[in-house]
Design a binder for this molecule. Structure first.
Ligand code: NG1
Ligand code: MG
Length: 388
């Protein structure tokens, strides 16, 4: 943080007004359900993106990231905040400023913002949504906007959908905006109703394992899965008055699945329906202190993502199988899939051995080096302090 303040002074030649933070996120269960109107169960992490920012008196927007030093300061003007390919990461904060303006939260002058993130990049822990939300809290504070966090979450998602062009659901931005220390959020992605659920990890640890397999064609496959689910929904709507796959119970699905002609679309929809219900059940178990059953449903989630949704791949499967072998209470891929990370719940006394053995087993299977993080669940996006 102090280093970021220093970098701000050095790059922009003056002190920042204030410092801000937004976490990364990890999803415990409920995968590929957000855009299907189902439930997700993510939590905010203690790692994330820091920002130091200053309001300017002209209309210049200058953005700098310590994580992308090579790109230097990226300069735009408020009157011309278009997406620019070479601006790379800076399109996220630019998009947020543009969406605030579009929604009538007028950003009256330019800003200087310096960023530093300690989320492992491209691992599916949502560094992009973290940048979006930290930018949102910067704007709210510097321009004294009267805007609720939920709306900042929605504007951040729109920045990603409409400005950057990634057709993501609401989960990442919601978890990062609304997260609460030592809690996960059971979120209904249709209504945005949510419940903060305490995660009491007195005897267990949450471990993220990065496969260090790049996600490759993730975006196009992500959009393909979305399309197949939409197709399935339209077929079911011929008979059922439902708004999303999240509205169906398993039994209703089984009784009507013949309406979905394409066997692939049927499989994708089956995952979406069962995963949504599984998520609700899993959180019930957790509320009753039954971590074992919660873990078992995490495992079932992975199997469904592997066999029905087909978004895991060799690396994620190898990591999860190694975790199961090493006695994880539960282990599954997390995020979009095709690479990226897994999340496991492990007994405290096994953690060191778990990391060593899973790393070794994984390497044997894939020839890749895994990275491990023992996770702390932190608070959502916020202002940290005034600097003037
Ligand atoms: P990640 O792994 O952060 O790309 C993606 C979507 C989420 C959600 C999950 C699958 C983006 C930015 N986010 O997560 O909205 O659909 O996949 O559950 O694409
Ligand atoms: Mg992302």
């Amino acid at each position: 943080m102090r280093e970021l303040e220093h970098v701000f002074n050095e790059k922009f030649g003056t002190k920042g007004d204030a410092a801000f933070f937004a976490p990364g996120r990890v999803n415990l269960i409920g995968e590929h359900t957000d855009y299907n109107g189902g439930h997700v169960f993510p939590c905010a992490l203690s790692v994330g993106t820091y920002a130091v920012a200053r309001k300017r008196d002209d209309d210049v927007v200058r953005l700098y990231s310590m994580n992308f030093k090579d790109l230097g300061i990226i300069e735009s003007s408020l009157s011309n905040l278009a997406y620019v390919d070479q601006h790379d990461w800076a399109n996220y904060p630019k998009g947020v400023i543009a969406m605030f303006n579009q929604a009538g939260y007028t950003i009256t002058t330019g800003v200087d913002i310096a960023f530093y993130g300690n989320i492992p990049n491209g691992a599916g822990l949502s560094s992009s949504a973290s940048i979006e939300l930290v930018t949102s809290v910067v704007l709210k504070d510097l321009f004294q906007l009267s805007i609720e966090m939920v709306e900042m979450v929605q504007l951040s998602q729109r920045a990603e959908n409409e400005f950057v062009g990634v057709n993501c659901g609401i989960m990442d931005q919601f978890a990062i905006g609304m997260g609460k220390r030592d809690h996960a959020l059971l979120l209904n992605c249709d209504t945005l109703d949510y419940k903060e659920t305490p995660i009491t990890l007195s005897h267990q640890s949450l471990i993220i394992a990065n496969t260090n397999k790049r996600r490759g064609l993730a975006d196009s496959k992500y959009n393909e899965r979305r399309k197949q689910c939409e197709e399935a929904l339209i077929a079911l709507q011929k008979k059922l008055a439902i708004a999303s796959l999240g509205d169906l119970t398993e039994d209703e699905f089984e009784a009507n699945k013949h309406l979905i002609q394409d066997p692939l679309a049927r499989k994708r929809a089956r995952h979406a329906v069962y995963e949504n219900r599984r998520t609700m059940k899993a959180v019930n178990y957790l509320n009753n202190g039954d971590m074992e059953s919660f873990g078992r449903l995490m495992n079932e989630s992975h199997v469904s993502l592997r066999d029905d949704y087909e978004v895991t791949g060799r690396e994620l499967d190898a990591m999860v199988e190694a975790a199961w072998e090493e006695g994880a209470i539960g282990s599954r891929m997390t995020g979009a899939g095709f690479g990226g990370c897994t999340i496991s719940i492990v007994d405290n006394e096994k953690v060191d051995q778990f990391i060593a053995n899973v790393g070794e087993l994984y390497k044997k299977q894939t020839n890749l080096e895994a990275s491990f993080y023992v996770v702390e669940i932190g608070d959502g996006a916020r202002k940290m302090e005034n600097l003037q």
